[in-house]
Design a protein. Structure first.
Length: 270
């Protein structure tokens, strides 16, 4: 499979470089706008994506369902694009969502603080102090986003195959460097295809249960292995366990369903 993820610091020319890299390789580009388009027709509840998108969520967001809906939407879009292959995926924690998928080429674009501030001043007509605050907030939000949703550290160099400074590079040059580095990256072939297929089936089953059928399940976990699906969770209505199994069996590619969904008596309060 041919998959590149691009993470970037604000002011590192990341968006422009990702677009040119996709054009150079004749790959599709999955950015925020494209992600919203791909999930627009799905049965997800409507929530404002900008509430979570590469932001540090507030303390109270831990106790809302919005974060789970956002993450399911994000995973669905990224896994669908990755399963198709020949794609450059821009940000949104894609390096974490596709973690351990063989052959994924993970890029991070950086620049020195001085250069980043200068570029923001030029692009948005900011004064220096405003640009510095913008850089600081962006770094804080992106790192917070990664830790909140994926338990990962956006700044960890081990999360990437290559980290490239664009201090002295134009986007077209950076894209050419990344293209050559990517071509030298070992291909994964069928191994990545199977991992992605299993993850996508798991996500589709989860979406069917929670958003299409709207079955209330607590602690829902779904695992898929070559068409064999295991569902785990708890329900407070007995028949919902059977509904979960039925929903999973209706998914294309599902051969067998092992439903470990248990009934739990709701706690009565007075």
């Amino acid at each position: 499979m041919s998959i590149i993820t691009v993470s970037r610091e604000t002011g590192s020319l990341g968006d422009e470089t990702a677009r040119l890299l996709a054009e150079k390789l004749s790959y599709s580009l999955l950015d925020r706008n494209r992600m919203e388009e791909t999930i627009d027709g799905e049965s997800f509840p409507d929530i404002p994506l900008e509430r979570f998108d590469e932001q540090t969520p507030s303390f109270w967001e831990n106790f809302t369902s919005g974060k789970d809906i956002y993450l399911d939407r994000l995973r669905t879009s990224i896994l669908e694009a990755a399963s198709t292959g020949n794609v450059v995926i821009l940000g949104r924690g894609s390096q974490f969502i596709l973690e351990d998928v063989p052959g994924v080429f993970r890029v991070k674009l950086i620049a020195s603080h001085k250069i980043r501030v200068s570029r923001l001043c030029d692009k948005f007509d900011y004064d220096q102090k405003t640009a510095e605050r913008y850089c600081k907030k962006s770094d804080h939000d992106r790192n917070g986003f990664s830790r909140f949703f994926f338990g990962g550290h956006w700044t960890n160099p081990a999360s990437y195959n290559i980290t490239l400074s664009t201090d002295n590079l134009e986007p077209v040059t950076a894209a050419s460097i990344l293209s050559e580095a990517y071509k030298a990256h070992p291909s994964s072939g069928k191994a990545s295809g199977m991992v992605l297929k299993n993850r996508l089936v798991s996500q589709i089953v989860r979406n069917r249960i929670l958003y299409t059928e709207r079955i209330p399940v607590d602690l829902l976990e779904v695992e898929a292995d070559n068409g064999n699906v295991t569902i785990r969770g708890t329900v407070t209505v007995r028949e919902n366990a059977q509904r979960c199994e039925k929903a999973a069996r209706e998914i294309d590619g599902v051969k067998k369903v092992d439903a470990e969904v248990y009934f739990v008596n709701p706690v009565m309060t007075y």
